[in-house]
Ligand binder design. Structure first.
Ligand code: ADP
Length: 382
């Protein structure tokens, strides 16, 4: 940094298993190795061995690492910005675990391990919720008695903020370089989790995920919007426990519940072969995206650009085409040939005549975290 030159990247999968996989990539090497990684500390230490390896490493000593940036999923109402992690911050992240039980405890573990492995580095927290911190109250409040908001902080927080922020800034630069307007934008993050954000003048003004990560769009295994009466019916009439219902909504619903598959590639292939359930799931999924586009155009009072990102948004021309079809009256017109091309960098897939530009931008949450961490240490001048 600040040249944003990636010197090494890596990934550890299946931590806790005897067949965990560690991958390590530099401009010259691309290594993937199966080994036993019992916990996060062992994982980070293993990665460190690659980083400092005499032949394939990129640093000579741990002390070369000045800052470690961490993605923290839930920052609640307290964190509107990137922060240096102190003991006080750690206890706040811990206390927010009730709102993100699947994420915050693991984020904290990552921080504690990094403190041990890189004791001289500054640890920095980048919160996924921070990008939504300035959303207007009318967008983040639920219409339930005020006391639930005042006493228990029940409101929409939003997720995937690091990704929405990264791609919206990239889009703005891209549009500005072509002297096109970019004040009113909708970013669509479609991965295993899916969300949409309405962005005005660079600030999020509305977002589809809420108090938890199952609201809004239809996702790989999460239902997205559902009438709450269904939940009470499952509990009171059909006898499911609250935990079972939670599991159904979060892990057995969405594209998996509709088709038996959660990987979109399988669903697209089966739909193309004539599978009706898969075709319906694609229809439902993209119809939901369209409804959100419509509501966000109303919230923004117009639209300059739509941005697709993440695994599905970047790779599925089928979903992009279906989600943008028949929206000519909003000035949205896709160029089919551009849409079908393999996209590796920023791509404008709209027709020249399209008033609203439709962009595909690969997300890069790691780089966004690096940028924000770098900005913080530059400010604090270490
Ligand atoms: P996560 O939310 O876990 O980060 P990703 O952003 O990696 O997820 O997205 C995973 C999704 O992307 C999966 O549903 C996968 O099917 C989909 N995907 C990946 N590549 C393709 C592709 N070429 N065509 C369609 N879908 C794809």
């Amino acid at each position: 940094m600040p040249s944003e030159n990636v010197v090494a990247s890596g990934l550890i999968e299946r931590i806790g298993n005897s067949n965990a996989v560690i991958s390590y990539k530099t401009s010259e090497q691309n290594i993937s190795k199966e080994l036993e990684i019992s916990d996060h500390e062992k994982g980070l230490s293993e990665m460190n061995r690659f980083l400092m390896h005499s032949e394939i490493g990129v640093i000579k000593d741990k002390s070369e690492i000045q800052v470690v940036g961490h993605r923290v999923v839930h920052g609640g109402k307290d964190f509107s910005d990137t922060v240096e992690i102190t003991d006080e911050i750690k206890s706040k992240i811990k206390s927010l675990s009730v709102l993100a039980p699947l994420h915050n405890p693991n984020n904290l573990k990552g921080i504690e391990v990094a403190e041990k492995v890189f004791p001289n580095a500054m640890q920095v927290g980048v919160f996924d919720t921070a990008f939504f911190h300035e959303m207007p109250e009318r967008a983040f409040r639920y219409a339930i008695p005020n006391s639930f908001y005042k006493k228990y902080d029940i409101r929409a927080y939003g997720f995937h903020g690091t990704s929405h922020k990264y791609v919206s800034e990239k889009a703005q630069q891209f549009l500005a370089s072509r002297e096109l307007p970019g004040n009113k934008m909708i970013t669509i993050h479609l991965g295993n989790g899916c969300s949409m954000t309405a962005i005005k003048d660079g600030k999020a003004i509305d977002h589809s995920l809420g108090f938890g990560p199952a609201n809004g769009l239809i996702m790989g295994t999460r239902s997205g919007d559902i009438d709450q009466s269904v939940i009470f019916y499952l509990i009171n009439q059909l006898g499911y426990s609250p935990d079972e219902v939670n599991n159904i909504i979060q892990k057995e619903s969405g594209m998996l519940g509709l088709t038996g598959h959660h990987d979109l590639r399988d669903i697209q292939q089966k739909a193309a072969e004539g599978n009706k359930a898969c075709q319906l799931a694609l229809d439902m999924n993209t119809y939901r995206i369209k409804k959100y586009i419509g509501s966000y155009v109303a919230a923004l009072n117009g639209l300059d650009a739509i941005v697709f990102t993440a695994g599905i948004g970047e790779n599925s021309s089928v979903i992009r085409k279906m989600a943008c079809s028949n929206l000519q009256y909003l000035g949205i017109e896709i160029d089919d040939a551009m849409n079908d091309q393999r996209i590796e960098n920023i791509s404008d897939i709209s027709l020249k005549s399209s008033k609203t530009k439709v962009l595909v931008i690969p997300t890069n949450e790691e780089l966004e975290i690096a940028k924000q961490s770098y900005n913080l240490i530059s400010k604090s001048d270490i």
